[in-house]
Write a protein that binds this ligand. Structure first.
Ligand code: C2E
Ligand code: CA
Ligand code: CA
Length: 597
């Protein structure tokens, strides 16, 4: 639409120029005719006088000359001459007219026998005057030609200047739209690529980092506070980043809550950005919730090709950082690529593996510390792959969390545990004990988690007291209303809820009071060497006491040594799990060892 308008506008401008040019050319042709006809007046009068003197009268010529003179003076007549507006020329014509009148009278007189001398003189006078008239007409024509030329030059200059200014403004507007993000006003992806290229071509490129960052769980901010609030936060972040990364640094918003940064190399850039943005958001909006951000960082290397390739690497690192986690920073390096290759292999194989039952349930006992007897077990998955051999969960769980496959796997494990419990319950020689099954936070966030969970357990007719759902502490962190509701429902239906890895994250003890938790599993880090033993012991002691008051059972993971055991005994922690008692075992080995299941 805009383009068509411009085409029409510019056509009109150039057409107008052409019309002006044509008009003046036409005028100029008219002026040439004035010169010619003035010349005719000069020559033809001489010829007439000569003829009259030699006794050859020519009345038609007299009439023609009358007509021409009249036409030259008025611009109206048979010869269709233009009127010449030059006053000197017109005055000259008046003088010629006067002499012409006299010439005509004298011709009459000569025809009637008078002397020719007077006619001769008059003709000389006429020649002089008409000669002057010719040069006046020429001057007039030249002057007009010059004016025409000047007017055209001015027109062309003025219209071209106007067009140039207009186009420049259009280009500026276009650049604003084409190279800027509409919401935040900062550069977009395209501008980032070009800007990065320019900066890296002019500076020492190995001084730079390319960063892909985003706000974790931004959808939650939008859902909870509304899109307007979400947009305001994005604007503050966009503008904030553009202030932080200006000059020979650069930033851009590349999609919803995803930003790219070109920054000078520095160690803790991720922490700098996190602190700066959260401070800014608080200052501008008094927004109390602390947002978390994930970073993928690529250090520009020697021999690096296109900017796009560098961005891809930062983006790849960012994807790795997001892998089911939040608030993470990943620096790109070549091992990431190897990881990608490995992950691609696993992703390709996973569906078939589930079908072929390559995922196996291993059991690790939970032990009553005072009596030493097994009171239950935790089901832990192992992938015994035809192609890749034995794979521990660390090799694939976070991949499955990021590609969503974990949900299938978790329910598969639940089903296998139910089958095992059914067999045990049906066998009078065996003893059945509760088994806890791990559920990823990805799984427990599924809308129909409770329905699927119950469908499986009920289809094997397993009493709920035999199934414990283990969910990591991080799933109960921020943005976890749905998880809490889900767990409440399960708890109401008689299942036990275990909070796994307690202490690894940020949960406070206060949080425990409001959550539907039956069992607390202390993270194995607490007992690990290296951490301040004294401090860890004080914390565990307090947690055990506090949980006791709340009626929550405590299981301590990672019991590896006799000292661990004695310590737990001393502080009154009743249940332990760890290599000290047993590593996770295949079901048949577990039976051989404990005569359970
Ligand atoms: P987790 O749920 O915290 O499981 C406990 C992990 O600690 C297990 O590792 C277990 O083998 C290990 N462990 C047990 N005792 C000791 C000890 O004394 N010292 C040390 N250092 N480690 C001990 P595993 O089996 O490799 O599992 C790792 C993680 O994988 C699990 O951590 C859990 O988060 C995840 N996982 C395992 N199976 C499943 C599953 O079926 N579904 C889901 N969603 N996650 C699973
Ligand atoms: Ca667990
Ligand atoms: Ca754990």
């Amino acid at each position: 639409m805009e383009d068509r308008k411009n085409v029409v506008l510019y056509t009109v401008i150039w057409l107008l120029g052409a019309v002006i040019l044509l008009f003046f050319l036409f005028q100029n042709a008219g002026d040439s005719r004035i010169i010619n006809y003035t010349g005719i007046v000069r020559g033809a009068t001489q010829k007439l006088v000569k003829n009259e003197i030699s006794g050859d009268p020519n009345d038609p010529l007299i009439n023609r000359l009358d007509g021409i003179l009249y036409d030259l003076q008025t611009g109206k007549g048979d010869y269709q001459l233009n009127e010449c507006w030059d006053s000197d020329y017109q005055n000259k014509l008046l003088e010629i007219q006067e002499v012409w009148k006299d010439i005509k009278l004298e011709i009459e007189a000569v025809r009637n026998g008078a002397d020719e001398a007077s006619l001769y003189l008059l003709s000389e006078q006429h020649f002089k005057l008409s000669d002057q008239a010719v040069s006046l007409a020429e001057q007039y024509s030249d002057k007009k030609l010059y004016q025409t030329f000047m007017i055209l030059v001015v027109y062309i200059l003025a219209s071209s200047t106007w067009v140039i200014f207009r186009e420049r403004k259009r280009y500026k507007d276009f650049k604003q739209v084409y190279y800027h993000d509409a919401l935040t006003g900062i550069p977009n992806y395209l501008a980032f690529i070009q800007g990065t290229e320019t900066i890296l071509n002019h500076r020492d490129r190995f001084d730079y980092l390319i960063i892909n960052m985003d706000i974790d769980d931004f959808k939650y901010i939008n859902d909870l506070y509304g899109y307007q609030m979400g947009d305001s936060i994005l604007k503050i972040i966009g503008v904030g980043l553009s202030v932080m990364f200006a000059g020979d640094e650069l930033c851009a918003r590349v999609s919803a809550n995803n930003f790219m940064i070109l920054a000078r190399k520095r160690e803790n850039i991720d922490e700098e950005v996190r602190d700066y943005l959260n401070r800014l958001i608080y200052e501008k909006m008094k927004f109390l919730e602390k947002l978390s951000y994930s970073f993928g960082i690529y250090k520009v290397e020697e021999g690096e090709g296109s900017v796009e390739a560098m961005i891809d690497k930062a983006t790849f690192a960012h994807k790795t950082a997001k892998n089911g986690k939040s608030a993470t920073t990943v620096w790109y390096d070549i091992t990431l690529l190897e990881q990608l290759t490995r992950e691609t292999k696993l992703t390709k194989a996973m569906d078939k593996a589930l079908e072929m039952e390559e995922f196996k349930v291993y059991l690790q006992p939970k032990v009553d510390i005072s009596s030493g007897s097994v009171i239950g077990a935790e089901a832990l998955v192992r992938w015994i792959s035809k192609e890749q051999g034995f794979l521990p969960p660390d090799a694939f769980i976070s991949l499955f969390e990021s590609n969503g496959f974990i949900t299938k796997l978790d329910f598969y494990m639940l089903e296998k545990v139910c089958i095992l419990l059914r067999q045990t319950l049906d066998d009078p020689e065996k003893i059945a004990l509760p088994i806890s099954v791990n559920f990823s936070r990805v799984t427990v966030r599924q809308m129909d988690f409770v329905r699927q969970f119950q469908r499986i357990v009920e289809s094997y007719n397993i009493p709920p007291c035999y199934i414990e759902a283990e969910v990591t502490e991080s799933a109960f962190g921020t943005n976890s209303e749905r998880v809490v509701k889900t767990m409440e429902t399960l708890q109401k239906n008689g299942y036990l809820i275990v909070m796994d890895d307690f202490g690894a994250g940020y949960s406070s003890l206060n949080l425990l009071m409001s959550l539907p938790i039956d069992v607390l599993k202390l993270d194995k880090e607490f007992l690990l060497e290296g951490t301040s033993v004294k401090r860890a012991q004080i914390i565990i002691k307090n947690i055990v006491e506090m949980a006791g008051l709340l009626g929550i059972q405590v299981v301590c993971e990672g019991v590896e040594t006799e000292e661990h055991l004695q310590f737990l005994k001393k502080i009154g922690c009743e249940i332990g799990q760890g290599y000290y008692f047993s590593r996770p075992l295949p079901v048949s080995v577990f039976w051989d060892k404990y005569h359970v299941f």
